[in-house]
Write a protein that binds this ligand. Structure first.
Ligand SMILES: Nc1ncnc2c1ncn2[C@@H]1O[C@H](COP(=O)(O)OP(=O)(O)OP(=O)(O)O)[C@@H](O)[C@H]1O
Ligand code: SF4
Ligand SMILES: [Mg+2]
Length: 383
């Protein structure tokens, strides 16, 4: 099955318009331990200083390995967990300023689709009743009108309307995910957080669900935050990609730019791990040293420094937090050693650094794309 091709003309136009979602300096810490009689022993730094916009009609993918803070970011945006600090504005409204009732009303416009539709569906409720629930809660339809809306939604997501009376266990994983999508669509949202919506599905079914999401986006003008741990999954749907590592966004770029010129060494490693469809193609990948550090005690400076394979990595990386800064047109990354950077060589040397920035793009980061890498060269990124 072929996958959708992003509409770049529309995407460029929508990016120029006012963003639908604006996330600024979002922080979420979860206290460790503590209770009525004891103080917390520390905190898990799940999300640290995360900022991004999502334009109307675009898909921003949020990608990174398990535990890097993707779900927590999505849940903070929907205010299903309260952020420690930072702001989230939706269509110009600061969600932090809304009371519980106003937030409930706002949630009709912002929905969530879960990774595991089975866990999110009540096994004792028919799928028709599950889809109907939102219609009733938000007083959008009742009686025969609600039944008709449920049947139309099932048809829209590729399920038979007469299946409304069946229970979740009577469906396959892909069909259950379609039910989850229909349930989110029932309340006519503008924005949907898709939290790993295809990770639990077989590869062939993944493509079908991604195609469905692309069609729904076109037909309904939806805006998506698409969370995934695998860059390969997001390539065909995302307008832009944000890569997270240990609670921080370390690269944010238009999809084509990220796949052809990944800047952050962590993104390069993720790209090298995408499976290659051609079994005869070389299978090099960038293997990172060690495990991801604990978000309860993130490394100093660049959080990636203990595992970073960049040839110019040095002591400056362990003491300076790299800013997320422009490395090309619309392409931002957080790396002191990939030029250009506002952190001057003099500032890096003052922090103990011994190497000047030098652009590095290992071939393994590109081989799966049928291109060849450029090795290491002393040049900036041109896009
Ligand atoms: N309610 C919670 N209480 C304490 N720690 C939490 C809570 N929710 C998440 N965390 C921690 O915050 C960090 C980020 O978790 P999160 O679920 O956001 O990651 P993720 O990127 O979605 O991972 P995955 O790919 O496994 O879903 C993890 O270390 C996790 O253990
Ligand atoms: S700042 Fe240093 S440690 Fe961090 S990604 Fe760049 S080279 Fe690697
Ligand atoms: Mg998650």
């Amino acid at each position: 099955m072929s996958l959708p091709v992003p509409d770049t003309a529309r995407d460029a136009a929508s990016l120029r318009a006012a963003p639908l979602l604006e996330v600024r300096n979002l922080v979420k810490r979860f206290p460790i331990g503590g209770g009525l009689l004891s103080r917390p022993r520390g905190a898990v730094q799940a999300v640290t200083d995360v900022s991004f916009d999502v334009a109307r009609g675009e898909t921003l993918a949020l990608v990174g390995e398990s535990g890097c803070g993707k779900t927590t970011t999505g849940r903070c945006i929907l205010r299903l967990v309260e952020p420690t600090s930072g702001t989230v504005c939706f269509d110009g409204t600061d969600l932090g300023a809304l009371d519980a009732r106003a937030m409930r009303a706002m949630r009709r416009r912002m929905q969530l689709v879960f990774q595991d539709p089975y866990a999110s569906l009540n096994p004792r409720m028919t799928i028709g009743a599950a889809i109907r629930e939102g219609l009733v809660v938000h007083r959008l339809a009742e009686g025969a009108a609600a039944d008709a809306r449920v049947r139309a939604l099932l048809d829209e997501v590729g399920l038979r309307p007469e299946w409304a009376s069946r229970y979740p266990h009577e469906f396959s994983g892909g069909q259950r995910q379609r039910v989850g999508i229909a349930r989110a669509l029932a309340v006519e949202p503008e924005f949907i957080v898709l939290d790993e919506p295809v990770s639990a599905l077989d590869v062939s079914v993944q493509a079908q669900v991604i195609n469905l999401l692309a069609r729904l986006q076109r037909d309904r003008g939806l805006t998506y935050l698409f969370i995934a741990h695998d860059l390969g999954v997001v390539e065909h749907l995302a307008t832009r990609v944000a890569v997270m590592y240990l609670g921080r966004i370390v690269e944010l770029a238009p999809t084509a730019s990220l796949f052809t010129r990944p800047v952050m060494p962590y993104t390069q490693a993720l790209l090298s791990a995408i499976p290659i469809p051609d079994p005869a193609a070389p299978r090099d990948r960038i293997v990172l040293a060690g495990d991801p550090p604990s978000p309860a005690s993130p490394p100093s400076g660049c959080v990636f420094h203990p595992r970073c394979p960049h040839p110019a990595r040095d002591a400056a990386c362990a003491s300076i937090v790299p800013p997320l800064e422009a490395k090309g047109t619309g392409h931002e990354a957080a790396c002191l050693k990939q030029p250009p950077t506002a952190v001057t060589p003099a500032a890096q040397r003052a922090a103990g650094g011994s190497h000047d920035p030098v652009f590095s793009l290992p071939a393994a980061a590109l081989r799966s794309r049928g291109a060849s890498g450029t090795g290491t060269r002393a040049a900036g990124l041109s896009t």
